[in-house]
Design a protein around this ligand. Structure first.
Ligand SMILES: Nc1ncnc2c1ncn2[C@@H]1O[C@H](COP(=O)(O)OP(=O)(O)OP(=O)(O)O)[C@@H](O)[C@H]1O
Ligand SMILES: [Mg+2]
Length: 230
């Protein structure tokens, strides 16, 4: 099963002299269960690619399938449903709901998708524990540090057991202890066969991935399966 497939995927911004080829005719196949790290210098198109894969941004050209469905021309409504049911997004700007506690923020996605309250709560508590926040479940976002909020957002992205998890610099603002928690969680997801695409500058995250793609100027400069892939 192919979790993600792109053909000639392209996102351009601007015109003429100001034309930017943020993502330039990318072909990609990510089999279900693969964990993929995307690396590359600032501005090479990593976030743009991830936003395309998550259906948050329309490609200028090209075809894209997510979880077996073609999404490049899907209606906004159908896209929203696909994201809710099949995609977990961890982005640089993570928006938690201010009036909900950490555990309520995490369980919300599962509740919206129809999971029973009891099962949603159980999973939320487990995920918060995995990201090192077992004792912060009843805190509001305003009572948490930036790194703690980021970890709540990661737990939230996983609450619905999505087929595909897309993460943009998930350890970007975290200290080494907190990023180790996230690293362990991702390793656990990888071991359980979760499809994972992680944009990262963190060599430790790339080291636990099955495959690493390096981007340059909107295209893939290198694509390697890691030795010892499990
Ligand atoms: N809305 C936009 N309008 C015009 N250009 C854009 C827009 N968004 C991104 N770009 C350009 O597209 C290119 C790719 O940006 P992108 O955010 O994907 O890079 P990145 O690899 O994620 O970088 P970083 O590591 O700094 O996060 C950059 O040159 C950027 O300036
Ligand atoms: Mg980026």
């Amino acid at each position: 099963m192919i979790a993600l497939r792109a053909r000639g995927l392209t996102k351009r911004y601007g015109w003429n002299d100001s034309l930017v080829r943020a993502v330039d005719e990318v072909d990609l196949d990510v089999p279900a269960g693969q964990s993929l790290a995307i690396m590359g210098p600032s501005g090479c198109g990593k976030s743009t690619l991830l936003h395309l894969l998550g259906g948050l941004l329309r490609p200028t050209e090209g075809e894209l399938w997510v979880a077996g469905r073609r999404i490049d021309r899907m209606s906004e409504r159908a896209l929203a449903r696909l994201r809710r049911d099949h995609i977990g997004l961890v982005f640089q700007s993570f928006h938690l709901m201010d009036e909900l506690t950490a555990v309520e923020n995490v369980e919300m996605a599962a509740l919206l998708a129809g999971t029973s309250p009891r099962a949603a709560r159980r999973r939320a508590v487990h995920l918060l524990d995995r990201v090192g926040l077992a004792d912060r479940g009843n805190h509001l976002p305003s009572e948490l540090s930036g790194g703690q909020r980021q970890r709540v957002a990661i737990a939230r992205a996983l609450s619905n057991s999505p087929q595909v998890v897309l993460a943009d610099e998930p350890t970007g603002n975290l200290d080494s202890t907190a990023s180790l928690d996230v690293l362990r969680l991702f390793d656990e997801l990888r071991a359980s066969g979760q499809t994972l695409v992680v944009v990262t500058h963190d060599a430790r995250i790339a080291a636990v991935a099955d495959r690493v793609i390096s981007m340059r100027d909107g295209a893939f400069a290198d694509d390697s399966m890691l030795a010892g892939t499990r």
